[in-house]
Design a protein around this ligand. Sequence first.
Ligand code: AMP
Length: 176
Amino acid sequence: MNNIGVFCAASDRLDAHYYELAEQFGKWLGENGKTLVYGGANSGLMESIAKGVKSTGGTVVGIVPRILETKRRASTYIDEIVPCVDLNDRKAILIDRSDVLVALPGGVGTLDEIFTVMASHSIGYHTKRVVLFNLDGFWDGVIEVLHELDRKHFVNVPLDRYLSVASSWEELFALL
Ligand code: AMP
């Protein structure tokens, strides 16, 4: 897999270790010849991961809504900017340009992206997977909710067809 779509926080108010995690992952992507495909904002974990990719000579593709471009909130680390109109077409382009989607720690925007990938896969729009990077159990609550829905038969297509959980760096790298 070469094109790695990444969903992650836009917030600049997180504990420092989250930015280090994102930069470390970005470095691994660059060192391993992967292309980062992401939201392209110059804030939060998005900026840290792009910085990591560029520090190791990798390629960064940003799917950037026009409103952010005009407000100059697009990252300067981006090699290729793919313009989009709004958050809906951005999600579609992000999925289309990626071979797999990885969720680092994030908030409601990241949750929206994770669920869009799973829902559109289960309906049959694509065959791509989401990998939740569950270091220190960050996504435990979300995983538990999904399994609870599955136990009650609300999940129509088995979760393991479109969802992977990586609980360590080794597990994450093995999946990519
Ligand atoms: P959040 O998890 O709420 O911080 O939202 C971050 C996720 O949603 C990222 O993966 C982005 O693709 C998208 N996103 C949310 N806000 C922005 C923003 N200001 N600029 C670019 N992308 C954003």
